[in-house]
Ligand binder design. Structure first.
Ligand code: RP5
Length: 176
């Protein structure tokens, strides 16, 4: 499964998770970091899950991002068989709005952590993966510093505009 330059493995339980999980891939691509992306279902392909989890370290992956919805066992079961950091993305479900996914992923037993982001927050999962990689990679670290500065500038710009225009004009300009 491993593609040569991939540092991050992005997994999802189903192709129905892809519209959300693509955001993790996008942010990694923005930073020029190699990733691989595939479907591994904890319940429908348990052997594939074990194979992936047990070999990910040897393949050279550094972080795994796993998104799943409903009875979302994928991130936790991958974490059970690897020492790599696993970031879980709870996918918003139709019946319970993603609370089922969130609780399934976040409530891990002591000794088997999964760093869980907010429901559908695959971009944050990608950014957290970058921050983990950035601790050992100055280039990524420098990119992250620049990224955070851009975030800050965009908020300051909005604050200046809001203070200048007042809220009514600001909102009406936003609509157009
Ligand atoms: C989970 O079940 C997947 O992660 C997905 O979020 C959910 C529904 O899967 P599909 O029935 O759409 O394939 O395993």
């Amino acid at each position: 499964m491993k593609q040569n330059s991939a540092l991050v493995g992005i997994l999802m339980g189903s192709d129905s998770d892809l519209p959300v999980m693509q955001e993790a891939a996008k942010v990694l691509a923005e930073f020029g970091v190699g990733y691989e992306l595939t479907i591994v279902s904890a319940h429908r392909t348990p052997d594939r899950l074990m194979h992936y989890g047990k070999n990910a370290l040897d393949w050279g992956l550094k972080v795994i991002i796993a998104g799943a919805g409903g009875a979302a066992h994928l991130p936790g079961m991958v974490a059970a068989v690897t020492t790599l950091p696993v970031i879980g993305v709870p996918i918003q479900s139709k019946t319970m709005n993603g609370l089922d996914s969130l609780y399934s992923i976040v409530q891990m037993p002591t000794g088997v952590p999964v760093a869980t982001v907010a429901i559908n927050s695959a971009r944050n999962a990608g950014l957290l993966a970058l921050e983990i990689l950035g601790t050992a990679d100055e280039k990524i670290e420098a990119q992250l510093i620049k990224y955070k500065d851009l975030l800050k500038q965009s908020v300051l710009e909005k604050a200046r505009e809001l203070e200048k225009l007042g809220y009514k004009k600001y909102l009406s300009q936003k609509k157009t």
